[in-house]
Design a binder for this molecule. Sequence first.
Ligand code: ADP
Ligand code: MG
Length: 697
Amino acid sequence: MTNIPEIFASMVFNDDVMRKSLPQDVYESLHRTIESGSDLDITVATAVASAMKEWAISKGATHFTHWFQPMTGITAEKHDSFISPTENGHVLMEFSGKELIKGESDASSFPSGGLRATFEARGYTAWDPTSYAFIKDNTLCIPTVFCSYGGASLDKKTPLLRSSQAVSREALRVLKLFGNEDVKKVTPTVGAEQEYFLIDKQYYIRRRDLMYCGRTLFGAPPPKGQQLDDHYYGAIKPRITAFMKELDEELWKLGVLAKTEHNEVAPAQHELAPIFTNLNTAADHNQLMMEIMKKVADRHGLVCLLHEKPFAGVNGSGKHNNWSLSTDTGANLLDPGKSPRENAQFLLFLAAIIKAVDEHQDLLRLSVASAGNDHRLGANEAPPSIISCFIGEDLEKVVAAIVNRTSLKNGDREHMEIGVHGLPTFPKDATDRNRTSPFAFTGNKFEFRSLGAPASIAGPNIILNTIVADELSAFADTLEKAKDFEATLNDLIRTTFKEHRRIIFNGDGYSERWVAEAKARGLLNLRTTVDAIPYYRTEENIALFERHGVFTREEILSRTEILLETYSKVIAIEARTMAEMGRQEILPTVIRFTERLANAVNAKKKANPALSCKAENIVLEDVSERLDEFYDRLATLERATADVPKDCYDSLRVASAYKDTVVPAMASLRKVADELEARVDSSLWPYPTYGELLFNI
Ligand code: ADP
Ligand code: MG
């Protein structure tokens, strides 16, 4: 039996280890830096580096790395060993304060969206002491931010930290007005539930689409899919249980609070949910979680698929971002609370979030946009590409009563005053779960459900923090000036709910009716990545990010470029993979099959001219027609790919060409290929079927 408390965080240089291994003054000084974000003294860094090195070596580490999160969406690391040669030909294990604080890195191969001119290929990494260092694969990993030499951020962590600061700053202003003088800091908290598929590696390596693109580009639907819902929360197969056990243990060693593992709706699909923690740590942990999932799967002869939509016709994989704000005094600001004062404060935060979601639908939508997620959002799957907000029936009643100035109890025209006095205790509704809403209030937190499985959670949380910070800031401006606080507060909450009620939707987000209704309400429906991304760089949004010090104009422009370029690259790789599989695998297979049929007809006629050959002839004709169609569509796809503008600096034009011509050509080719798969001798078919991938595990 594993002793969980013993292994938990055994590979993390956390507060406990620091307190034990650092001199007290160093420990206290480091703590101050962590709390206040002030600069770190080099003598402190030297002492910390030395303790870190001793600790790491005692755990078997030989190398260290500055671990960072470039715009590729995955983590990057460059390993250096601790060894340092001595004069007499021996080595010492060394790690200096300077090496801890700052690293130089050739940034030229990481996406920068034009931010870093080629002559300035250097970038640097800087220690983020607010996330603990840890050991992975005998390497001490130091969480860092990644910037260009000019100081522009080239990663996901820098703006995440900046946005957390912004929301803390503005929330503190509001809290002060409610008399919470003791609160010094507000921290976003996040629990990111992660969905994934596990398939047998033997099948995986026989499919180029899975290997190159992480998703199947072809594949006829199997007779059984997820209709029976018999996989959901079903008994977990022994092989998967073994995987999950090892995964949990690996994650626990790294201090990741892996809590629940269960089967999801689709066959071969599973979910892992951690217990929430502060956002910075949650973002690091989610990256680690995805990495470790892949590694552990490999050890079990499995492959972990984190693509948003690995299989057509089967549920895709997402990530649920549970988000709230918590004070350093231990209060959850999205907990409705018990006293009227807490209620009023809660309602103000709720109003700020609802307003933020309504006013910044574009940003929330684009924060989850990717080529892969286009197959979920806006397709026949949830959540929809329309951003709306679910608050549950009970809370909706409160909002309605406030807007209509009616009483909550019997709906009569008695004043529904908020104030800091006289508000009823809220019915706390955690049972009403609307699974179709992209952004749902679930009792004491909001759950943003539109994230794709492989995405870093940084992007959506940067947006969430920033837009909420902006609304809180405007609220604070109004309330700080108020002569009559209660009356102004009342008015502010009522007006906000009234003006932004259109974003609240508690119905079925998958229905066609909602698409029409949302349009009537004036809500945005940005169906694809290419539709959504350009909103990033509107003057209004640039001003918003600059106002809160989250992104500079240059950073926004470069990130927009990266997102569009990435989209184009992904589609280009998919199109090429499809064409390759089409030419080299599907065409020859179908030709061989028709050849066999033709030979069979000839042989039969030769043996006995009176035999009919009806079945052979029908199949031959049917398959031959589809083969011709396949060939034409393959040629169309190749032409569409070749016609995308090359050497074009307008990345939006390029991405639009992929979206408008290549993506439809891919869908059309796939359709006829899957029809062929369903008609051709299965022993000839060149790659494993959906049935094998999803059910043979
Ligand atoms: P579900 O029904 O969606 O599976 P749960 O209620 O079990 O969800 O919780 C989902 C996630 O929300 C978990 O990761 C949990 O830790 C997280 N969570 C709970 N409270 C908070 C909070 N205050 N802030 C952020 N995340 C939270
Ligand atoms: Mg959830």
